[in-house]
Design a protein around this ligand. Structure first.
Ligand SMILES: Cc1cc2nc3c(=O)[nH]c(=O)nc-3n(C[C@H](O)[C@H](O)[C@H](O)COP(=O)(O)OP(=O)(O)OC[C@H]3O[C@@H](n4cnc5c(N)ncnc54)[C@H](O)[C@@H]3O)c2cc1C
Length: 382
């Protein structure tokens, strides 16, 4: 496995490093404090081509490799996790269903504006009574009058309620209740469609700059050409999309771990107690050495999953392992980094405290870590 970056991947990393340092790090913390999605920054990222990362040029994207995307995330996520979360949700689960399963006319209509960074994409799977158990969704789509009548509620949906959002690609059941096997299909519902409304932005422990909401569908009618992909295989399509999302959450986790390692290392070198920098105490040194080692382990798993996807090989188990390992490392490392900062790390004005708040969701989103265990165990034949 050759993980050296190509010239275009290195150029991308440099572009992201520069944008993250100059713009994101300077402006995103204010959006976090104000619990506001920084769509101004996302629009600028769109102008740089960063919103069409994994989409071919033919459809307005920049056709970047998954390895390149992970490397770019390492730069963006170090500057701000909420913005990186919104970005990665758009690039993976928000855009890929249309690219992977849509018709050319659907790609032209909805994917191109997403890839060119003119609008933001959202993925509607989770419901109040169905999270890990995706098969248990209750949203229904009934074929009616040359289209589909959709009724149901989605929850925790990211990127659907900003001033840049186009709507949502959602999953619904298409079988009549009690009518034999369950069938699922996915549909695009655009903002402004009659009967499609949403709740206020939800408030989380972290990712405060991410726009996450409940979405309500009351007799929402969409024409047949809003059905994306196979009318019976919608669940499989959504689960396939989530596999890429897991690599992305693993990459986001790496970026958080690197950020807290850097912050804790600098703080330990500056903070003097008992007449010397706390970095001279072995207990502190061991924490930093452990974080650096675990980060490297998570990094190899994540790049390997990305490499396998780029090589067209199966990567489901590896993506689950990468997400499981990297997110665990991130939440643990964030806690250790706060510990190294002492009381000042507990105060929300300090960047390490924000990363600590942002870390927990990495073990929950795009399939909880318990679900990653199930995916890995199944791949082992259990
Ligand atoms: C900030 C944020 C953004 C999100 N964005 C989106 C989005 O854009 N689109 C979207 O569709 N969803 C989104 N989600 C939803 C997310 O994917 C779900 O929260 C996640 O899949 C877990 O579902 P749940 O919250 O219903 O928990 P549950 O499924 O109810 O799980 C509760 C607990 O039970 C455990 N559990 C459940 N089943 C099993 C099992 N079989 N074995 C062992 N343990 C089990 C879980 O691991 C967890 O610990 C988002 C969530 C958050 C917090």
């Amino acid at each position: 496995m050759d993980l050296s970056l190509s010239e275009s991947e290195r150029d991308l990393v440099e572009l992201c490093r520069e944008f993250a340092t100059r713009e994101i790090a300077a402006r995103a913390p204010q959006a976090w404090d104000e619990s506001r999605c920084a769509t101004d920054l996302l629009r600028e990222m769109g102008e740089l081509g960063l919103l069409g990362m994994l989409i071919p040029e033919e459809w307005g994207g920049i056709a970047m490799s998954t390895v390149g995307f992970v490397a770019a995330m390492e730069q963006i996520g170090r500057a701000d996790q909420s913005l990186a979360a919104a970005w990665q949700a758009h690039v993976t689960i928000g855009s890929l269903p249309l690219y992977l399963f849509g018709t050319d006319s659907q790609r032209e209509r909805w994917l191109r504006p997403l890839a060119e960074g003119r609008v933001l994409g959202a993925f509607g799977l989770t419901e109040p009574d169905a999270g890990s158990d995706a098969r248990g969704i209750r949203t229904r789509a009934e074929h009616r009058d040359g289209g589909w009548l959709i009724n149901g509620t989605k929850t925790f949906i990211s990127n659907a309620g900003t001033d840049m959002s186009f709507g949502v690609t959602l999953l619904a059941r298409t079988d009549a209740a009690g009518d034999g096997p369950q069938r699922y299909a996915s549909f695009v519902v655009e903002r402004g469609t009659e009967g499609f409304t949403m709740g206020p932005k939800m408030r989380g422990i972290g990712w405060r700059g991410l726009d996450t909401r409940e979405l309500y569908f009351e007799d929402v009618w969409v024409p047949d050409d809003h059905l994306v992909g196979d009318p019976e295989m919608g669940l499989g399509q959504f689960l396939r999309t989530l596999e890429v999302g897991r690599i992305s959450i693993a990459a986001l986790s790496l970026s958080l771990t690197q950020a807290v390692l850097d912050l804790a290392t600098s703080y330990a070198a500056e903070r003097v107690q008992f007449g010397q920098p706390i970095s001279k105490f072995q207990a502190v040194q061991f924490k930093l050495a452990d974080i650096a080692t675990e980060l490297e382990a998570g990094r190899w798993l994540t790049y390997r999953a990305a490499y396998l996807r780029d090589a067209g090989q199966p990567f489901q188990k590896e993506a689950a392992m990468a997400k499981l390992k990297a997110s665990r490392v991130a939440t643990w490392a964030a806690s250790e980094a706060v510990q190294i900062h002492g009381g000042s790390g507990y105060m929300l004005d300090s960047p390490v405290a924000r990363f600590y708040c942002d870390s927990k969701v990495l073990e929950i989103g795009e399939g909880t870590n318990e679900i990653q265990h199930l995916v890995i165990a199944r791949a082992l034949g259990c």
